[in-house]
Design a protein around this ligand. Sequence first.
Ligand SMILES: [Zn+2]
Length: 302
Amino acid sequence: MQGFNKYYPPDFDPDKHGSLNSYRGKHALGDRARKLDQGILITRFELPFNIWCGHCEAHIGMGVRYNAEKRKVGSYYSTPIYAFRCKCHLCGGWFEIQTDPKSTRYVVTEGARQKQEDWDPEENGGFAVHDTDKAATPTDPLAALEKTTSAQTHMTQVQMPRIEELQSFSEQRSADPYTLSVKVRKRFREQKKVDRALQRADEELKGRYGLPESMSLVRDDEESRKAAKEEWERARRQEELRDKESLKKRRIGAAVGTMPVSLASKSRISKQHSSSSSPVISSLRARILENTARHSSLKPHR
Ligand SMILES: [Zn+2]
């Protein structure tokens, strides 16, 4: 038995013995530590529920205390699981109860049966609490097989061809980078020449007609030419119509005698002049109209 008093014998040397327990060759926990070398500590354990002994079939009530051999049998995450091995006080048979950290309970593992007296909410008109994790896993083996086969089919028929497709595409793209680079650069050089020429032509046109630098011109192709020509012809027809009408009015005016003769003759002269205008003036007018059409057509520049 460990020393309980504070008597230090005359031959006690603190440097040599350290403590009274080591002086006597005893553990601080005394006899309860006698199986510590096997990892067992003897503790007082009180039954947390009613049990039936598996050896003598006697009923043992909750709260009966035993000198149980406590040992660590495993761990749930970082929480140790302890087993308490007790000897039945009626027959001497051993039974074992373990802690269950997952469900914060005690469970009888061997040598006895627990009397089930837990509160059952369903039995008492409440709702049961179900483990949702269990429902997620398919318990039907055929369903599980079905799942694996459909997953396999999906892999072989959809995923694998797609991956192969991507692989071959990648190989095509990265097989010969030099050739591809040469192709791209050649094309870029050609395009650059064309772009420069177009830019020069535009700048020259803007300089000739004093157009603002920021004005963007549409590309000089068949379509824009045709559109410009149509616009010009339409404008010319309108002008001719206007001229004719004004001439008619003047004639009527002249016939009535309200209009001075000189003005009428003048307008006739100018009319004659405009109809028989030189090709240089008409071409200039066409050009200006064309440019106006280009500007007003609001086409994005190249
Ligand atoms: Zn028993």
